[in-house]
Design a protein around this ligand. Structure first.
Ligand code: ADP
Length: 272
């Protein structure tokens, strides 16, 4: 679905991306991790076309996303939703208006259609009762949920999260993640997300680790977490569930390790 080929990007004096190549297939759930400053945001911004690459090419469904071909580039970009780390809400618009905006502007939906869908997604993120509130009267986590609802409402093929759930409390995070997962299951939506939450990483299908603008590791969560020493050098931890699993394996209770909490629980229940 997305192919990044030998992409490099310089930001002032920093070589933010150095010859990065990767492939994202339709329906993938990919976590992008790496130390701060390793190029994660720059990579996602290049994929979304917010930044133009210096060298290399990005393809969507085997078609080059050429910024000079403006009309086609816009259509390609419109298939992606980008949820920013610092939610981009308009303070002078109500929650509902904020959620309608992208649908009207990007997809040319009528006001009525946009409202119906916006209400549906506000309900899904648990903020229907705040539809007439203004962003300044919401908590950080609530603003983030509005931003996420607004992007989900355009029903993109690919959704890109730039540490978008980092501000949420554990419960808020879990409910958003469950919602995103449901959308993935219902619509085979492709998900690319930067996260520092290793429990979230454990739930993805594939992980890409960036270091100094280059891909340092790539594989399933377990492939990555097995390389604990390499991760530690990048100040990256392993999930808590895997730590428990390792302890249980050391004591001969588990034969092999798992990295998700639900897998640990499942294995423990089967021991009875
Ligand atoms: P990450 O998302 O992994 O924290 P970024 O993609 O934000 O990393 O940044 C990659 C590198 O590019 C870093 O060294 C950062 O300091 C630099 N950088 C990011 N944005 C800019 C900018 N607007 N101008 C100059 N350098 C930048």
């Amino acid at each position: 679905m997305i192919r990044v080929e030998n992409v490099s990007k310089q930001l002032n004096k920093t070589r933010a991306l150095k010859n990065v190549s990767l492939e994202v297939n339709k329906g993938d759930i990919i976590s992008l991790i790496g130390p701060s400053g390793s190029g994660k945001s720059t990579l996602l911004r290049c994929i979304h076309g917010l930044e133009h690459v210096d060298t290399g090419k990005i393809y969507m469904d085997n078609e080059w996303m050429n910024p000079d071909d403006e009309k086609k580039f816009r259509t390609q970009r419109n298939r992606m939703g980008f949820v920013f780390q610092h939610f981009n809400l308009f303070p002078n618009m109500s929650v509902l208006q904020n959620c309608k905006l992208a649908q009207v502007e990007v997809l040319n939906k009528t006001d009525e259609e946009a409202e119906k869908i916006a209400l549906e997604y506000l309900d899904k993120v648990g903020l229907l009762e705040k539809k007439d509130a203004y962003p300044n009267n919401l908590s950080g986590g609530q603003k983030q949920r509005v931003a996420i609802a607004g992007i989900l409402a355009i029903e993109p093929d690919i959704i890109i999260f730039d540490e978008s759930t980092s501000m949420l409390d554990p419960q808020g995070k879990a409910s958003i993640n469950a919602q995103i997962r449901k959308l993935h299951e219902e619509k085979n939506i492709t998900i690319l997300s930067i996260t520092h939450d290793m429990e979230e990483v454990a739930q993805s299908e594939n992980v890409i680790v960036l270091e100094n603008g280059e891909i340092a590791m790539q594989g399933t969560p377990m492939d990555i977490f097995k390389q604990e020493d390499k991760l530690a050098k990048m100040q990256l931890d392993i999930p808590f569930a895997l730590k428990i699993s390792k302890e249980l394996k050391k004591r001969g209770i588990f034969k092999e390790n798992v990295c998700r909490l639900d897998e640990v629980v499942e294995k423990l229940c089967r021991l009875k």
